[in-house]
Design a protein around this ligand. Structure first.
Ligand code: ADP
Ligand code: MN
Length: 174
């Protein structure tokens, strides 16, 4: 019997804590963290430039091609704010991190984002944009929303995700 470790997606508005949480989860479980923004940058997987937002536009098709092999092997923790361009078969669980508006504002300001960018992202969180995107893209049974304002909540979220992965691995091996 082939035992394939699950692949999970950690998604949500910039600043909600995806990379911080993803790193901890990946370390604890010996999974591989794939930060899509870093991957695109390292491999130049871009498809143009957004002048208004002053950022590169990622080449979704090439990102998917590059991910295929790792997904097939299993054990990836994918970190990206969006969720709707991945094939649904990629992930066995999707964790949407959420953050209080004022906490998020402070995190983005500390990151040095300009007012417009901060406002855009805080509004995105208030309007549930990326939560809804995940909910519309995946089976509700595999989408989990996790509040991530405080370090206490983060520890709880680490436990929720690591427990989920360990339970599922147990299931597969029985
Ligand atoms: P993302 O990858 O979603 O953009 P990061 O992981 O980079 O977010 O986190 C943004 C900032 O918020 C970082 O400075 C990080 O240390 C802090 N942070 C993340 N999660 C929490 C949390 N649960 N409690 C307090 N601070 C957090
Ligand atoms: Mn990040």
């Amino acid at each position: 019997m082939v035992i394939t470790r699950p692949n999970i997606l950690i998604t949500g508005t910039p600043g909600v804590g995806k990379s911080t949480l993803g790193e901890e989860v990946a370390d604890l479980l010996g999974m591989e963290l794939v930060n899509i923004n870093e991957m695109a940058k390292e491999q130049n997987l871009y498809d143009g430039y957004d002048d208004e937002r002053q950022c590169h536009i990622i080449d979704e098709d090439r990102i998917i091609d590059e991910l295929e092999e790792g997904i097939e092997e299993g054990g990836l923790v994918v970190d990206y704010h969006g969720s709707n361009f991945f094939p649904i078969r990629f992930f066995q669980a999707v964790f949407v991190l959420r953050c209080d508006n004022t906490v998020l504002y402070d995190r983005l300001a500390a990151r040095g984002y300009n007012d417009k960018k901060i406002q855009e992202n805080v509004e995105c969180e208030i309007m549930n944009v990326l939560r809804d995107e995940a909910a519309e893209s995946y089976d509700s049974k595999i989408v989990f929303e996790l509040q991530n304002d405080t370090t206490e909540q983060m520890e709880k979220n680490v436990k929720t995700i690591t427990d989920w992965v360990r339970d599922r691995q147990g299931d597969t091996m029985e």
